[in-house]
Design a protein around this ligand. Structure first.
Ligand code: ATP
Length: 316
């Protein structure tokens, strides 16, 4: 059996560890593994190469994805996907593992509906795939955000500032609320909390009344302009307010221990499913166990809001 593998959408630490696991498991059972470069775009452009076990050596601890990633909006068109399927047929590749976020899952679903055997693995720092408790890359990105906010805290305290930090997570506030709790933020603003500028000012006032020397406000991306928010806080309180956007630094770096293990387990599970003749599944983790459900079910799953929000007020 020939199994192809690609990484797609935003890169995430641990994608390489997962690639390694898929390739080595495939070869372990006597099959062939093929790397597809630059996501669905590379699939359409026929950028495919057979990988042996040594090709995925020395990558377990590397951030990013050695296969490369991309975004290809035209992959939503059936004719474009047909080109991809035709390339796979020419190579004799009958099954595909894709690692990425929900957009990548939609691509996988569409390929599966066209008859291709596909397994999808959650690889994104946003943790925005509802069917899995955690995605590959989330905890590494969280550690990066925590490290940065800890550093901002030092200078925030020295200068009696209100430090506003924008954290990644386009459609899911998990990186913000997890880093907010881990860094002792006074205020966390996400899609889940909603954003009311008056309420934020009230909370800042409350911090003033409590004689807090400084405070930290964590804001998820795409909620508001953090520079304007900081300016507004500065105008209406005694704090000097400064905003910092953490940005793409959160995407890089060596995967954490958890992400390496999660990625390895998910990769093995995905390859074994395909080898057993099963397909159309999305891999998930729940309570440290690895499982799988139909990709359609993963796409329709309802996001459960983490209970961490309840802790914020009590800890302040
Ligand atoms: P992240 O959220 O971490 O950036 P993602 O996988 O959600 O990861 P997207 O850019 O949304 O990133 O999706 C990756 C690719 O999946 C898209 O560039 C596109 O090629 C493909 N894709 C997205 N939606 C669909 C769809 N409805 N049908 C087919 N392909 C799709």
């Amino acid at each position: 059996m020939k199994i192809g593998i690609l990484t797609s959408g935003g890169d995430a630490p641990g994608m390489n560890a997962c690639l390694r696991a898929v390739v080595r498991t495939t070869i372990h059972y006597g099959h062939e593994a093929y790397g597809i470069y630059d996501g669905y775009k590379g699939l359409v452009e026929n950028k495919i190469k057979q990988l042996d076990r040594n090709d995925v050596g020395q990558i377990l601890n590397r951030g990013g994805t050695i296969l490369g990633s991309s975004r290809l909006p035209s992959f939503k068109e059936k004719a474009v996907r047909q080109i991809a399927i035709d390339h796979l047929k020419t190579w004799g590749i009958e099954a595909l593992v894709v690692i990425g976020g929900d957009g990548t899952y939609r691509g996988a679903m569409a390929l599966s509906e066209m008859g291709l055997k596909v397994i999808a693995i959650p690889g994104t720092i946003d943790n925005d795939i509802a069917s899995t408790e955690y995605t590959i890359g989330f905890f590494t990105a969280l550690d990066t955000a925590i490290d940065a906010i800890d550093k901002l805290r030092d200078t925030s305290f020295s200068h009696q500032r209100c430090t506003v930090v924008e954290v990644m997570g386009r459609d899911c506030g998990d990186l913000s609320i997890y880093s907010g709790i881990a860094c002792g933020a006074e205020i966390v603003i996400t899609k889940e909390t909603g954003f009311d500028p008056e309420n934020v000012l009230m909370q800042v006032k409350k911090a003033e009344e409590m004689h807090k020397r400084h405070l930290i406000v964590v804001v998820a991306e795409n909620i508001t302009n953090v520079f304007e928010l900081a300016e507004n806080i500065g105008k209406h309180s005694h704090y000097t307010a400064r905003a910092t956007v953490l940005g793409y630094i959160q995407r890089g770096g060596q995967p954490s221990s958890y992400d390496r293990i999660l990625a390895s387990k998910m990769g093995v599970h995905a390859a074994e499913l395909l080898i057993k003749g099963e397909s159309g599944y999305a891999i998930y983790t729940k309570s440290m166990e690895i499982g799988h459900c139909p990709i359609a079910e993963a796409l329709n799953a309802q996001d459960e809001v983490t209970d961490l929000y309840q802790y914020l007020n009590k800890l302040n």
